[in-house]
Design a protein around this ligand. Sequence first.
Ligand SMILES: NC(=O)c1ccc[n+]([C@@H]2O[C@H](COP(=O)([O-])OP(=O)(O)OC[C@H]3O[C@@H](n4cnc5c(N)ncnc54)[C@H](OP(=O)(O)O)[C@@H]3O)[C@@H](O)[C@H]2O)c1
Length: 340
Amino acid sequence: MSTTVDQSTLPPVPRCSMLYSIKEYYYAIRPNLPKFTEKDYPDLSDKLAIVTGMNTGIGYEVCKLLLAKNCTVIGVVRTQSRGDLAAENLIKETQVSKEKLQIIAGCDFTKFETVKQTGLSLQNKLEGKTINLIIHNAGLMSSRNDLSNEDGIEAMFATNVMGPQLLQHFLDPLFLKKDSSLKRIVWVSSLAHFSSPSNYGVNWDDPTYKDVSSRPSSSVLYGQSKAINIYQAKIWADLNHADKYGIISTSCFPGILKTELTRDYSFVVKNIAKRLFWDSKYGAYSELYAALSPDLSKQGEYVVPFGEVHEPREDIKLGLSNGAGLKIWEYVEEQIKQYF
Ligand SMILES: NC(=O)c1ccc[n+]([C@@H]2O[C@H](COP(=O)([O-])OP(=O)(O)OC[C@H]3O[C@@H](n4cnc5c(N)ncnc54)[C@H](OP(=O)(O)O)[C@@H]3O)[C@@H](O)[C@H]2O)c1
């Protein structure tokens, strides 16, 4: 299987404004306060949401807010015990019945066979039911650039890009239906996409960076994965004619938040995060703006904290419609199709 993507057909990369990047970084530090919060959410009694990576951080807070509005939530997690503990705490905190929150564990986004098994379990569980929200929230931001999965694929690319696209493949037949007026997908991205490679955000010579010695810094690797999340939101919608089903698919940078995302960073970084970053609940406001706000109607919009739409970096914005996003989507499909 080729690891290189032919980029010769892509238009020249536009010049990206440094000023715009600085503005967006500044905004991320001092975002506007959330306007769309629990007081504005509709009752979600007959709605069902799938949230990945909900045992901690933003995902946990997203579930808490959804459960408080009576939504049924299926949490997809990697580790059973972490999922069960989160479920126990969420049920205690929200006082909802146990049936409202179910955990599907064992989904490790770096191990594609486990993602396939999770997809099949979800198909069994949800056959005939309406899925209203899918929040691809699970994610890895490592300080290391040498982590790989068992196939040698760089770990952040596997976790943040390939895993969600594979899981979505199994959800598509259940989700692509015109069966509710509320149907959304949120692909959780990041401001870090500004540090992705300058050529439409992707290292086209080998997006999976199998050659460890060729890898750039961990921040560029994370940035690439998060740039691709922005593409996934739009390309998934285009390829699946999301409009036809009334589905809206967006990407979302949730904010700079106190979560476990910096878990393998130094003591100093963790301390800065603890003191300066926003509480994780604010990240949930961003994701739930993307999931619930009636203001959103366009496919592939980029939601920023704590519930606004901005534009991504210029080349990524262009790549949403000029073939770059489609190219990387198709490349990922090629890499994961053996699990279909
Ligand atoms: N926090 C921020 O400032 C920030 C900023 C921008 C974007 N984001 C994005 O927001 C999302 C949520 O992150 P967070 O801040 O809430 O981080 P977090 O507290 O570390 O939560 C990450 C979640 O993803 C799960 N996860 C990580 N690797 C996985 C794997 N290989 N397979 C399955 N699940 C995996 C974790 O499960 P385990 O507990 O089992 O590891 C956890 O449930 C991520 O996509 C992140 O990139 C966060």
